[in-house]
Design a protein around this ligand. Sequence first.
Ligand code: SAH
Length: 487
Amino acid sequence: MFLTITTTGTPERPATELGFLLHKHPEKAQAFSTSYGTAHVLYPEADAERCTAALLLEVDAVALVRRGKGKGRGGAPDAALAQYVNDRPYAASSLLAVALSGVFSSAMKGVCNARPELPAVPRPLRIAVPALPARGGPGLVRRLFEPLGWTVTAEPVPLDTEFPQWGDSRYVRLELESADRTLVEALRHLYVLLPVLDDAKHYWVSSDEVDKLLRAGEGWLPGHPEQKLITSRYLSRRWSLTRQATERLELVRLAEADDSEVEEIDNAVEAETETEERPTPLAVQRREAITAALKASGAARVLDLGCGQGQLVQALLKDPAFTEIVGLDVSMRALTIASRRLKLDRMGERQAARVKLLQGSLAYTDHRLKGYDAAVLSEVIEHLDLPRLPALEYAVFGAARPRTVLVTTPNVEYNVRWESLPAGHVRHGDHRFEWTRAEFRAWAEAVAERHGYEAEFIPVGPDDPEVGPPTQMAVFTQTTPKEAKAA
Ligand code: SAH
């Protein structure tokens, strides 16, 4: 069983940083004994430009049988010979996943004592597994890895190259590539998905498997389109464990929903205080600015991504220029409140046909978001951890590709003007970052450049001569359609 991890480097980020990340020195070949055989780690190449680490697992088939772990799917005893003559020594499988987590345990936890900042840095990665048992075939391999931002090559391996008429084996040659994944993410994806594809666990599934699954799946398994299949296969179809995991994943989602309950301070100001003397609340000014920009773009079919409790969807519904409005949010709880606000269940048929609420995560490519005129991300990007932002960028600008995209986010420079905000604080407990005007501009211009858009910047709220406006908005307009626009 064999797996390689390759990265490329730049003068600032030499490829040999991979050695630090894996806690394995590139100049040494090392061997570790595991309960199934010996795991070797070596580097076929290691210089500043390219570095490849290989994990080779030499499985001791006899030891496997003695441990009673070499049995076939479902634990049924195989014919005597099959215990010794089977694919275990050659095919990447659950054993390889176990070896990965054993040999690279610090790397999987994202710990790097020598260079603490390294694990969070996304970098180009290529992972190759020459023989991967894949129940479900190349199609399933793609459905599992593509939503996680990998470019997937999965080629069926013929049963016998000399006798092509025998057809393909159940193995694929797998290659995963990404320009900006962290090694932690890559190892966690493999740790869970290799056994899912193999679909035959070779050790007893105990209840702490649920913990292992949830730990390794943190940040990507909740919301994965194949979450159900992954959970049930990983836990070898043990229903009680599967249910336990499903319930706990649901709790993760609820916790996220609770976060979004805490309203932003500017939204709080808005609450019940629309009196004559007070200036228009910022949240209202934001919706007005968004609506005006949407109308200027000529959009009729609009996505509100991270729609929260549905205030913008409600405002857009009042304007017949918008023929279809889709609100999407990761939080079920926010969507329930949105649905109540819109009175979806009491809406007339024609009105109901214009609006849809979807649950989904912007960290995943979602085919339901293709073919719209415009997408709005109002006060959403700052709720994602910075390393997840490229995934959102790809999902919106790379995959969904509406003609117009509006992004609003707080301008951190303005925070000194909020009387109620202690110095140095962000506006909302769930904000992972707040940007200056220059930082937002740099991000937006890079995104526009990468995906064939043009970015224009519009202040929202009073534009302070010193610190700028409280909300900054970027209007992206597509300049080079990569795909034919949906009619
Ligand atoms: N757009 C609304 C809500 C902003 S609050 C407004 O302008 O008032 C941010 C919203 O983004 C929350 O509802 C939160 O649940 C949602 N969100 C955060 N991360 C998300 C993700 N990865 N995918 C989809 N929605 C997300």
